[in-house]
Design a protein around this ligand. Structure first.
Ligand code: ATP
Length: 583
């Protein structure tokens, strides 16, 4: 029944397998029945067990008259059996079938006297798209590095539990070397057809991210999975801010199939900026002009090791390093919009999101208290800025996404208190704003399970502009608190407006010259209408969790699907929601 062209391999496997098969009188009857069935099926049934073993691409020279394009055998029908045999799985002898898509197995059990055989023959399967490695399994004594008794094959698979991806092993036990060799070669060949899976990665690890655990996370949770999947990694442990950017500007990117960043949002932003800047340099773009950027050459994987990890959450839905590693290994790719930040005609950086006003002030204050532990300094800055809550007087212009371009939602009305003016397609408004957020991705995180910008998507080609106008502190706190529930009610305030936009220009309106707001000691002394300006005369922006001091006007442009991240599009975070302890 299981005969194939590689007769010697199969016959040995057959003998070996028979040792493991349960013997029963009913089995003889079934065999006979199957033989009759096979005869009826004729050639069809034979072909299903006899596909030739895989041939390496380019390994055969063309036969006279054969066209080069025919060198590689035609891809098998996805449902067609490539190889079939018997293995012990979970201590049961199983009839195992390999097709181009999956491995299926059915326990071989004796029929009951009543012949109710099919009612308990439960078929199980694993899709090859979820298998990331196949290994020969051997029994070795302690300390033995090579050799050992062959036990069979092990499939390493990825299983989903909610949004979490976990490793699972399936042991296909059979002591026949030839049998296992045939299966191993077929499986290896099929897995190598997943060309989107990376083989060599450039990895950046930020050793000082959050609780300084990034290297440990990489070493203990990610590197073992990469090794199992035969993914090679060229690791750089960053020594300073800007190190990853410097490496990306100069390294031979063509060698790699992807870049991985182990760290928080700040590290991810630096690597994203590096990849995109390098792409513009390679394409000869003048970044000090209104240029059309080219896409990043390589996809980016993000292993979360920061405090908030909004980018990782937005493409994995969970802060779980092993899940992130699995997305990378399996080559799950998601196109992602980015934005560029320019001031005075010069590109400052590429990134995903920015905040001005409350978001910028809070980060600027936290940065001045670097000596504090990260969580404390963030909470301190948050409370202090909230206590001194004041609106920014600015001129806000934005280029709305044409409704025919399929915006994510109807834009909400403009804040009434501002002076509206249309300039071509741009809309300009002047007024007081407590906070302005411009986000190209939803920025999911445990404090905002549906995202800081639930009204944009990863790849919809637009950014969400969320403008929070002047309001009382208690109203502003109510607005912030609503981010933690999943009802999207945070925008149901008269002082909040949202727009789907293609570009935003923000010009802080300075009254009465520079105020020295650099010291938090005199923050209280600032006039309620004076914009927060650092001692260098710049305005603090929170760009991807990093402080960006902008000298005046900032232009933010959306760039649809400029980068590819390893991950998927998720709607909300799977982590338990976290309420900000400060409010
Ligand atoms: N060895 C290093 N020493 C100091 N800073 C570094 C080093 N390596 C990288 N950096 C910089 O640290 C900054 C912050 O990194 P990251 O965002 O990963 O940590 P975090 O701020 O603790 O996390 P989160 O942004 O999630 O709060 C990045 O801008 C990065 O460039």
């Amino acid at each position: 029944m299981f005969e194939s062209p590689r007769k010697c391999a199969w016959s040995e496997c057959g003998e070996e397998s028979r040792k493991t098969q349960p013997v029963s009188a009913a089995r003889g009857r079934r065999k006979k029945k199957n033989q009759q069935k096979q005869q009826r099926g004729g050639e069809e049934a034979n072909r299903s067990v006899s596909l030739p073993p895989p041939r390496a691409v380019g390994s055969s020279s063309p036969v006279a008259g054969e066209r080069r394009t025919e060198e590689r055998p035609a891809a098998p029908d996805p449902g067609e059996t490539i190889v079939r045999g018997i293995f012990q799985i979970d201590k049961k002898s199983c009839d195992v079938v390999l097709t181009a898509r999956r491995v299926t197995w059915t326990p071989i059990e004796p029929e009951t006297p009543t012949g109710e055989s099919d009612t308990w023959r439960r078929e199980e399967r694993v899709e090859l798209r979820d298998v990331f490695a196949v290994k020969v399994k051997r029994r070795r004594s302690v300390g033995q590095q090579t050799g050992g008794t062959l036990l069979g094959l092990t499939l390493f698979c990825c299983v989903r539990k909610g949004l979490k991806l976990k490793e699972k092993t399936i042991h296909l036990n059979n002591l026949s070397a030839d049998h296992c060799e045939v299966w191993f070669q077929h499986l290896k060949s099929l897995l190598s057809d997943f060309t989107e899976r990376p083989k060599l990665l450039k990895v950046f690890v930020n050793p000082v991210s959050h609780r300084k655990e990034a290297y440990q996370i990489y070493r203990d949770e990610v590197a073992p999975l990469f090794k199992l999947a035969d993914v090679k990694a060229d690791v750089t442990i960053t020594a300073r801010r800007g190190h990853a950017l410097a490496v990306l500007k100069d390294c031979e990117l063509e060698e790699y199939d992807g870049v991985v960043c182990v760290g928080g949002d700040g590290s991810v932003a630096e690597v994203v900026h590096g990849l995109l800047l390098r792409a513009q340099m390679d394409a000869g773009r003048d970044t000090d002009s209104i240029f059309t950027p080219v896409r990043a050459a390589l996809p980016l994987g993000v292993i979360p090791a920061g405090s908030t990890d909004t980018v990782a959450c937005s493409v994995h839905g969970i802060r779980h390093p092993a899940t992130a590693a699995m997305h990378i290994i399996l080559g799950h790719r998601q196109a992602v919009d980015t934005c560029s930040f320019s001031s005075l005609g010069r590109l400052l950086r590429f990134g995903f999101c920015a905040m001005y006003g409350f978001g910028g002030r809070t980060l600027a204050l936290a940065e001045r208290h670097r000596w504090m532990p990260p969580t404390q300094r963030r909470e301190f800055a948050f409370i202090r800025t909230l206590a001194n809550l004041k609106p920014e007087d600015c001129e806000l212009s934005f280029l709305p996404l044409n409704t025919s371009q399929g915006g994510p939602e109807e834009p909400r009305r403009l804040v009434a208190k501002t002076h509206f003016q249309a300039d071509g397609a741009w809309q300009t408004t002047r007024g007081l704003f407590l906070n302005l957020s411009i986000m190209a991705i939803p920025c999911l995180c445990s404090m905002a399970p549906r995202g800081l910008a639930p009204n944009t998507r990863l790849d919809n080609g637009s950014m969400a502009l969320i403008a929070v106008g002047d309001a009382s502190r208690s109203e502003f706190i109510k607005h912030l608190k609503r981010y933690s529930n999943r009802s999207n009610q945070q925008f149901s305030f008269s002082f909040v407006e949202t727009h789907a936009v293609r570009a935003v220009r923000l010009r802080p309106r300075c009254r009465g010259g520079s105020a020295d707001g650099a010291s938090e000691d005199n923050v209280e002394l600032e006039s309620k209408k004076t914009p927060f300006i650092s001692s260098e005369g710049t305005y603090p922006w929170n760009v991807d969790g990093e402080l960006l001091e902008v000298p005046g006007e900032l232009l933010v442009r959306a760039h649809p699907q400029l980068i590819t991240l390893f991950g998927v599009d998720v709607q909300e975070v799977d982590d338990p929601p976290v309420n900000c302890s400060c409010i």
